[in-house]
Design a protein around this ligand. Structure first.
Ligand SMILES: Nc1ncnc2c1ncn2[C@@H]1O[C@H](COP(=O)(O)OP(=O)(O)OP(=O)(O)O)[C@@H](O)[C@H]1O
Ligand SMILES: [Mg+2]
Length: 350
């Protein structure tokens, strides 16, 4: 392989070369990944068969050809036939060859159609969390008194009236357990960071899920064995995946399936930048083929107390979001009926 071929191969953003008929005559590895198809299928075919995008790119091709100019277009939505849309900066440049070919580079900036935990206004969420924690603490004490008093009272009551005190005790205990969950949610203990193999975390979460709520649900593991370790709190990360798996289980029927995918993204473009600008190249996706997010709450799912379920508190994803924030990780979701994908992106431990 000569130097230029090597450079082309290593270029960490999707790159294409197209001829004057818009047929692809070359593409690099990241372009294959971006389109979600192999090079063999794409070469010598019209680029538009595989690349879904605003017609800004085809207009850009025309301008670049007629004026022999390099063109940069910002904020163009593009994706492959089965890949998620990304907003890209697009670079189109005539190649100085007799064939009048064009170089097309797509520099993804941000996923489109993603709902992310960055939408969560941290300060208001923190204040809800703080208030919840305080209330939980303060309400539990008088509740203990109410339970004790009802139990004492029940001794001197007829069996019929005891039903009432039993109800008081039972319902008060239910409130205590709810408050305990709120307290756990409000627990601000910082994560205890150690080097973690994410596949161990996932396997342990899957095992717990199988014994608990997941029963016989089909789980498909697609692990990238070359994944490096990350720095995290194992127990808190298990909590994250249990919450995501539980939500998926609740969204699918008995024929449903959950895929757990891990991969390492070496490209510069599609990588999300974390809180202090570090790269987040290690990805875990939990994908289910269930109902999809209900439209009415889709934009708010990472906020506390948002739920479409009877008897649920709507705390699962808020907790997930909080733990991931503390890990400098990022979570996004894309959803349509039949496919919901939560993707978590982590920095790697250095
Ligand atoms: N995989 C999924 N598929 C479809 N909808 C989902 C999925 N995950 C989350 N949701 C939606 O997001 C809402 C919020 O989820 P979250 O886990 O925060 O709360 P919950 O599951 O309703 O309650 P809790 O987790 O406290 O028991 C859910 O009620 C559901 O409507
Ligand atoms: Mg949940």
């Amino acid at each position: 392989m000569n130097l230029y071929e090597e450079l082309w191969k290593q270029l960490p953003i999707p790159g294409f070369v197209v001829n004057p008929l818009d047929n692809v005559i070359g593409l690099n590895v990241f372009a294959e990944q971006f389109l979600g198809v192999s090079q063999k299928l794409v070469v010598e075919q019209k680029i538009w068969t595989f690349l879904r995008c605003d017609n800004l790119i085809s207009q850009g091709f025309e301008r670049a050809r007629s004026n022999n100019l390099t063109i940069l277009i910002n904020d163009v939505s593009a994706h492959g036939r089965n890949t998620s849309p990304s907003v890209c900066s697009v670079y189109i440049s005539p190649l100085s060859s007799e064939e009048q070919n064009l170089l097309l580079l797509l520099i993804p900036i941000e996923g489109l159609g993603y709902q992310s935990n960055k939408m969560l206004p941290t300060t208001s969420a923190q204040s809800v969390i703080g208030m919840g924690e305080m209330l939980a603490h303060e309400i539990k004490n008088p509740l203990a008194g109410i339970i004790g008093a009802a139990q004492l009272l029940s001794i001197s009551l007829t069996t019929e009236d005891q039903e009432m005190t039993d109800l008081i005790v039972q319902e008060s205990k239910r409130i205590v357990s709810l408050l305990e969950q709120v307290e756990q949610f409000g627990d601000v203990t910082p994560p205890k960071f150690v080097n973690v193999n994410i596949h161990d975390v996932l396997d342990q979460s899957l095992k717990t899920a199988e014994f608990g709520f997941a029963g016989n649900i089909k789980m498909v593991k697609e692990y990238d064995p070359s994944l490096p370790s990350l720095s995290g709190d194992k127990n808190q990360l298990i909590q994250v995946f249990l919450n995501l798996l539980k939500n998926s289980c609740e969204a699918i029927d008995k024929n449903g399936e959950i895929r757990i995918r891990t991969f390492y993204n070496r490209s510069l473009g599609p990588i999300k930048l974390g809180q202090d600008g570090q790269r987040l190249p290690l990805h875990i996706e939990i994908i289910d083929n269930g109902t999809g997010l209900p439209d009415s709450i889709a934009k708010h799912i990472f906020e506390p107390f948002i739920s479409s379920k009877n008897n649920s508190k709507g705390l699962g994803l808020a907790l997930v979001s909080k733990i991931l924030n503390q890990h400098a990780a990022h979570i996004v979701v894309t959803s349509k009926p039949g496919e919901t994908m939560f993707r978590i992106s982590f920095p790697i431990s250095s």
